[in-house]
Design a protein around this ligand. Structure first.
Ligand SMILES: CC(C)(COP(=O)(O)OP(=O)(O)OC[C@H]1O[C@@H](n2cnc3c(N)ncnc32)[C@H](O)[C@@H]1OP(=O)(O)O)[C@@H](O)C(=O)NCCC(=O)NCCS
Length: 146
């Protein structure tokens, strides 16, 4: 069984190998996660735990005029089991609690699993940043309005 709970400082070391595996060469450093966790008023980070081990995580930033999905990741062994959806729902619920009606994010144009996930949750494309990612891949800005 997988539980989703608030990310705490002791989860960071454990999630870093997943972060590197999924996001290299753009993976976040330990320092960056710590900085995010320190901004309690505007950030909401969660982890998914299976038998106590981190198998996924996600984070939201509460900007003045919209919320932003900072990151969402599921360890390869746990992908395709609905965990990505569960983590995203948790972020959307937090946006709701914070009375944010607009939630946006940035995603590589070629990241099909992520596009399917966001589409299922009502996100549509609202912008493109040409050549934003290494290798010249475009970033799509997706937005969900509730
Ligand atoms: C994008 C990402 C978070 C999605 O996570 P996930 O846990 O695989 O997503 P889900 O399981 O919720 O959905 C994926 C698929 O599994 C299916 N699924 C859901 N529950 C399932 C289950 N119990 N058994 C089998 N498949 C299931 C979903 O229907 C979905 O299929 P579809 O895309 O064909 O509709 C994950 O692929 C990931 O971490 N990618 C690398 C990091 C990344 O790109 N992050 C996003 C950056 S913007």
């Amino acid at each position: 069984m997988v539980s989703v709970e608030r990310m705490r400082w002791w989860h960071v070391a454990e999630l870093l190998p997943i972060e590197r595996e999924l996001f290299t060469p753009e993976s976040w450093s330990e320092r960056l996660f710590w900085s995010e966790l320190g901004q309690l008023d505007t950030r909401h980070y969660v982890v998914a735990l299976a038998a106590g081990a981190v198998v996924g995580y996600a984070g939201l930033c509460d900007y003045p005029d919209e919320a932003w999905v900072q990151t969402i990741a599921v360890a390869p062994v746990a992908q395709g089991t609905g965990l990505g959806s569960r983590l995203l729902q948790e972020l959307l619920a937090e946006a709701d609690r914070r009375r944010q009606r607009v939630v946006s994010l940035e995603v590589r144009a070629d990241n099909l699993p992520a596009h399917r996930l966001y589409e299922r949750h009502g996100f549509t494309r609202t912008g493109v940043r040409r050549g934003y990612y290494p290798g010249g891949v475009d970033a799509w800005v997706l937005t969900r309005r509730s």
